[in-house]
Design a protein around this ligand. Structure first.
Ligand SMILES: Cc1ncc(COP(=O)(O)O)c(C=O)c1O
Length: 423
């Protein structure tokens, strides 16, 4: 069913009529023409779909997305339906199909935990790892992607090897060799980010997947960021498991995760949460969606989020978020005293840029930006990196970027004002 037909179909679900699909359909019609990366009239319409106050500049989508109004409405409508004692229920097939329309993959492979962290725990806990099996990861993984492996390797006395990635990276080959150089005969699992949270660097996961498959190594991809940011196709990306957080770039409700399970793992992975049907292999990956009573409203919100993105179009979204990141990165690179650690090669970067200013504490800078212009940022304190990260999404504008750069240039010249120094 085409997206528009599906939205029309969705307006009545479980006996109650829904409003949000009509809103998305109206938006899709309004957004039909235009939409180039610098088409400010088009993106102004998109900006109007968000609740972010106009005096705030939100550059921390990498931590949590700000859902558009239709997503908030879908969650509220679902909650209202439950409160009105309509039969609860999740339109699983619609959600899976709509999601596959955005990120590719076989709809049967989708599982909906609460976040990347939970998805990664499901994988780490669910594999049978033989004695001596080594897990390989990198020094650019988020705790949500890495700690599950720390737990499982400590519990079973298995080796965990961490390789170092270059920052900034200069080529895919360099990144591939940095990871592959750590592989040994003992390696049974490789877990890496698709796009690192530290520097916004794209890893060559497809090439890595081919190498892992040839050596019978399980490749687990921490894909917290790319869905909703980049055009992608899980059918051809490669790897065995893809863990993600649609509450980031896909702007789904907080607490909406995703795990894509490739074959043959849908029947092979051990469930961490056992409920009815956990051992019914005919359910495939859906076995993992049986988690007891859950907050279904977030799944209703996820469906609205995927339809919202379909109405805009992922090609337009990717071009816009890359365009804004490019403006930010070019501006940063032109400021004396700023060191950018995100690759300059567009094949390796996407919609986040990380940097530091010589002699400036990033936490003090963060407090200064917040206090001066209500700009929300993320400091990458992990691994003692001390970088500031800026994320650009579809609700940001070139004016947001210009205002941020203006303040950063002033700080690079004059330092952080004394009142903000004790962040
Ligand atoms: C790469 C990466 N992996 C995992 C996570 C954890 O995400 P969540 O808190 O949604 O589980 C994050 C969060 O920022 C992340 O950036």
């Amino acid at each position: 069913m085409a997206s528009l037909d599906r939205r029309r179909f969705l307006t009545v679900f479980g006996g109650a009529s829904l409003v949000w699909p009509n809103a998305v359909e109206a938006l899709a019609l309004q957004l039909a023409p235009g939409g180039g990366a610098d088409d400010e009239a088009f993106w102004g319409v998109v900006r109007g779909q968000f609740l972010i106050p106009t005096d705030r500049i939100y550059l921390n989508n990498g931590t949590l997305g700000a859902p558009p109004r239709v997503v908030v409405d879908a969650v509220a409508e679902h909650a209202r339906r439950v409160a009105s004692t309509y039969p609860p229920g999740v339109a699983w097939d619609d959600v899976k199909r709509s999601l596959a329309g955005l990120v590719g993959g076989d709809p049967e492979g989708f599982v909906f935990p609460r976040n990347t962290t939970e998805a990664m725990n499901f994988v780490a806990n669910g594999l049978d790892l033989p004695e001596g099996a080594e897990v390989l990861s990198t020094n650019h993984e988020h705790i949500g992607g890495l700690e599950p492996w720390k737990l499982i390797t400590r519990r079973h006395a298995l080796p965990l090897k961490i390789v170092s990635l270059p920052a900034p990276a200069t080529s895919s080959e360099q990144l591939l060799e940095a990871v592959w150089g750590g592989v040994s005969d003992a390696t049974r699992v490789v877990c890496v980010s698709h796009l690192t949270f530290t520097t916004g660097t794209l890893l060559p996961v497809t090439e890595l997947a081919a190498r892992c498959a040839a050596r019978d190594i399980v490749l687990v991809i921490d894909g917290a960021h790319p869905p909703g940011m980049l055009q992608m196709d899980l059918s051809t990306l490669g790897g065995d498991f893809y863990a993600s957080s649609p509450h980031k770039w896909l702007l789904a409700p907080q607490g909406t995760g995703l795990l894509y399970i490739a074959e043959p793992w849908r029947e092979r992975l051990w469930p961490t949460l056992a409920s009815g049907g956990w051992d019914d292999m005919s359910l495939g990956a859906h076995r993992f969606n049986h988690m007891g009573t859950m907050d279904e409203s977030r799944i209703a919100g996820l469906l609205a989020a995927t339809e919202f993105f379909a109405a805009i179009g992922m090609a337009r979204v990717e071009a816009r978020v890359r365009y804004l990141r490019g403006l930010m990165q070019d501006g940063l690179s032109a400021i004396p005293g700023v060191s950018v650690v995100t690759p300059s090669d567009n094949a390796l970067n996407a919609a986040m840029v990380s940097f530091r200013i010589d002699g400036v504490e990033s936490l003090a800078l963060q407090a200064h930006l917040s206090r001066t212009a209500k700009i929300r940022t993320r400091v990458i304190g992990e691994y003692d990196y001390g970088w500031m990260r800026l994320s650009t999404h579809i609700y940001n504008t070139p004016a947001d970027v210009a205002r941020t750069l203006e303040l950063l240039a002033r700080v690079a010249r004059d330092g952080v004002p004394a009142r903000d120094e004790r962040a």
